[in-house]
Design a protein around this ligand. Structure first.
Ligand code: AMP
Ligand code: MG
Length: 391
């Protein structure tokens, strides 16, 4: 048995780095940049009007000004502003030479003879200066950045339409258990539905990773052997659920030994999730997750996800919200780290959800996140600040 921290280090130590490829920037959401993105131009590229109004000289604000040009956004100014002159200018248009202020249209009146008069006591400059956001050649996004819509906008703004990103690993999924039928089927009297394969596929999809589902291995050696071998033909990482605890029909460790995998550990001092196995053969990595759906869910979240992200070139740091506990919570045993599902109520307090143990995946449908009790910790008091990791 290893601690969670030991398991984490072993798993992340086995990570390899995925290859890279270029994809369309519009398809890059959720992917990780494999190159720095450099700006090919300054932003703004020219001194730009920040408001609709009139471009003129500060020293002329006490004069009636003659309008010499109209400047919609996108038009290159042909006239220079001289004493007593202004150009009508729209937001985003290039400020003409000679002007050092744009007065807002709301701060002006037009006189009977068509001149513009400034009517306010003071004004902002209302010019966004060339390169004030960015200079040509600046790094706008760094390698290792997780791409969200805002990063896609940044790429678009500097003309990067085919960023280099890390490839997503394909991941094989295998369920084990003679009691399982697929979700579209009605279970017989001693059967249950295979929810883990759907759960793991959805967790992978949430990370932009493609799942290859191989089906249910029966609780016998041949079936287990044949599905694991098949999975590794296509994929470097395989996630299997069930069949790794100490039952008489838990064949996974034996099969892995025969396949020359090194089993790094078979159990972790964590609850839920103790019977978790991690096997390595070169670049081939296998997770044996516990069959119980909550255990499988939690171990994916806290151990599989960081590994897959590392393979994808991303140093995953989960969000951790520091919030006060809304009630006392205690446990009698403290030999293992415990993960609990919680809700954040409308007042911002953390409340444990009604949870009956590692088979009770429905509890997680009501959870906003998880909290951790470390080894030796038996009580959390109302008002204590806890770290909530959204799930
Ligand atoms: P095991 O780890 O194979 O001993 O399974 C532990 C528990 O999880 C048993 O109650 C199984 O019926 C259940 N279980 C195993 N695999 C799945 C699955 N794919 N979906 C839902 N429950 C499962
Ligand atoms: Mg089983």
């Amino acid at each position: 048995m290893v601690t969670f921290e030991e398991a984490y280090d072993i798993i992340l130590g086995a990570a390899f780095l995925a290859g890279t490829h270029r994809i369309g920037h519009l398809d890059s959401s959720g992917r990780i940049l494999a190159e720095d993105i450099i700006s090919d131009m300054a932003m703004p590229p020219f001194d730009k009007a920040a408001v609709d109004g009139y471009a003129c000289r500060k020293q002329d604000l006490d004069k009636d000004l003659k309008v010499i040009e109209i400047l919609p956004a996108g038009k290159f100014p042909e006239q220079h502003i001289r004493q007593g002159e202004c150009s009508r200018i729209m937001t985003g248009a290039m400020v003409p030479q000679g002007a050092d202020v744009v007065i807002m249209v709301e701060d002006t009146v037009v006189t009977n003879d068509g001149h513009v008069r400034f009517t306010s006591a003071k004004t902002n400059v209302n010019i966004c200066y060339q390169a004030e956001d960015l200079r040509e050649g600046d790094i706008v996004l760094k390698r290792g950045t997780f791409i969200r819509p805002q990063e896609i906008a940044v790429m678009a703004s500097v003309g990067c339409i085919s960023p280099l990103v890390y490839q997503s690993p394909g991941v094989g999924i295998i369920s084990t258990g003679d009691e399982l039928v697929e979700p579209g089927q009605k279970p017989g009297l001693s059967q249950i539905r295979n929810s883990n394969a759907s759960q793991i596929a959805a967790q992978l999809a949430g990370m932009g990773v493609t799942a290859h589902y191989l089906g249910i291995a029966r609780d016998d050696k041949d079936s287990t052997f044949s599905l694991i071998s098949r999975a590794f033909l296509d994929d470097d990482v395989v996630i299997l659920s069930g069949g790794v605890s100490m039952g008489e029909y838990d064949y996974v460790p034996e099969v892995l030994n025969e396949m020359a995998f090194e089993i790094k550990f078979k159990s972790i001092a964590i609850q839920p999730g103790r019977p978790t196995l991690f096997g390595v053969r070169g670049k081939k990595l296998l997770f044996g997750l516990p069959g119980n759906p909550v255990s499988s869910f939690v171990i994916f979240e806290i151990l599989v996800k960081p590994l897959l992200y590392k393979i994808m070139g991303y140093d995953f740091r989960p969000v951790s919200l520091k919030l006060p506990m809304g009630t006392d919570y205690s446990r009698s045993k403290s030999k293992r780290k415990t993960i609990l599902p919680v809700r954040i109520n409308d007042e911002g307090f953390v409340m444990p959800v009604d949870y009956h143990g590692s088979a009770h995946i429905h509890a997680y449908a009501y959870a906003d996140g998880i909290i951790t009790m470390n080894i030796g910790e038996t009580i959390i008091k109302k008002g204590d600040i806890v770290s909530v990791r959204p799930v």
